[in-house]
Design a protein around this ligand. Structure first.
Ligand code: N2P
Length: 379
């Protein structure tokens, strides 16, 4: 299976960008003549572990456009660059809740759909949902989407909590008596207040998107109660750590956890990784392709966006990274294993409990960041 293949590549290389960890996409060795005078380039800034290993090479072979590819693992980091301006990027991939306020800040250019002949492959229902944040879908195209749930080492969690414990609830994370038992084998939590605070509030039965400081404080207090048992906060390191058995639990993103499962399987190291959308519900988010206003390679960016919307290209990406897409035409080409995995495409029952993130106003954002620093540093 393709996920297995990914596992092998990532286990061997560890830090290549398609496997997370930063840096540029590995380029083919160039030993001969310097590149032709007017080589066309495109600068893309995407999430780590979020594209197939051959997507960029195939695009370059077909179009002659060399993609300079950098990765991030945090919306907050991407946003800081966008707001500062002159990012040097032609295509970026913020999540929808961040995109909303970035549009308001005027950092993106409107997209000319006439230049995107594959636009019709997108799921109309999803587009309508997104249009509530980006009216008329004027500035962005859905790339991949997923959920924020629990990734776990099946054997180690059972060993720590007992064989008959059902791993289907946020109780495992948010009840100090449970998480205390997992601390010894390692617990990772995403390094983002914008996801972790709403996730904690949802567990408490509060509105995950509350902007009321007193309510937000309840979520922060819950996170503080489990803080001593969290090994680290990071938003991509947990993939390899879960795969290698170095941690036994991660609050993480669906496809990333499934990639960890694939890497472990490929390494044949005896580690079995599971992913669950807990019964209390979880966050569902959408990552969006957009073009900064000052993009220098606009034609190339349009070609790239259109390329990504080809059904076979998008299906290839999904088969590699185990995320859902908003490309309806790609669905029949997505491996059955991915298409039918409830961790990738949640069941109707699970869907009913999912929540999305609202666009957060600046004053609430300040509360989030302050609380997050306090939580992480203890100050
Ligand atoms: C990719 C994780 C992406 C999703 N590694 C978070 N929006």
């Amino acid at each position: 299976m393709k996920l297995k293949h990914l596992a092998l590549v990532c286990a061997a290389t560890f830090a290549l960008s398609a496997c997370g960890g930063g840096g540029e996409q590995a380029a083919p060795e160039q030993t001969a003549a310097p590149p032709a005078a007017k080589e066309k380039t495109l600068h893309v800034y995407n999430w780590s572990d979020y594209i197939a290993e051959d997507t960029l090479d195939n695009f370059q072979k077909e179009t002659g456009i060399k993609v300079v590819y950098d990765v991030f693992d945090s919306n907050e980091v991407l946003e800081a660059k966008l707001v500062a301006g002159s990012t040097g990027y032609d295509v970026v991939v913020p999540s929808l809740s961040f995109l909303g306020r970035q549009i308001q800040a005027g950092v993106f250019q409107p997209l000319d759909k006439a230049r995107l002949k594959n636009y019709g492959n997108l799921d109309e229902e999803l587009l309508q949902r997104i249009a509530t944040t980006d009216p008329d879908n004027a500035h962005a195209i859905p790339y991949l989407w997923g959920t924020t749930g629990i990734g776990y080492n099946v054997a180690k969690v059972k060993e720590a909590l007992g064989d008959d414990v059902e791993i289907d609830s946020w109780d495992i994370v948010f009840k100090p008596e449970n998480i205390a038992k997992l601390h010894a084998c390692g617990v990772a939590v995403l390094d983002t207040p914008q996801e972790m605070i709403p996730t904690a509030l949802n567990y408490l039965g509060e509105d995950p998107n509350s902007f009321d400081e007193a309510v937000i404080e309840k979520g922060v207090a819950l996170l503080e109660s489990i803080r001593p048992h969290i090994t680290y906060f990071h938003s991509s390191q947990y993939i390899n750590d879960l795969a290698n058995g170095d941690i036994c639990l991660a609050v993480g993103w669906s496809g990333d956890v499934l990639q960890a499962a694939g890497r472990a399987e490929e390494a044949e190291n005896g580690v079995e990784v599971g992913y669950v959308i807990p019964k209390e519900g979880a966050a569902m988010w959408f990552d969006m392709l957009a073009m900064p206003k000052d993009a220098k390679n606009v034609d190339e960016a349009y070609q790239f966006l259109d390329y990504l919307m080809r059904p076979e290209v998008m299906a290839g990406i999904q088969n590699y990274v185990a995320y859902a897409s908003g490309n309806k035409a790609a669905m029949p080409m997505v491996d059955e294993e991915i298409r039918t995995d409830p961790g990738v495409y949640p069941t109707e029952e699970a869907k009913a409990k999912l929540f999305t993130f609202k666009v957060v106003p600046p004053d609430v954002d300040r509360i989030y960041s302050r609380s997050w620093t306090r939580l992480k540093t203890g100050q």
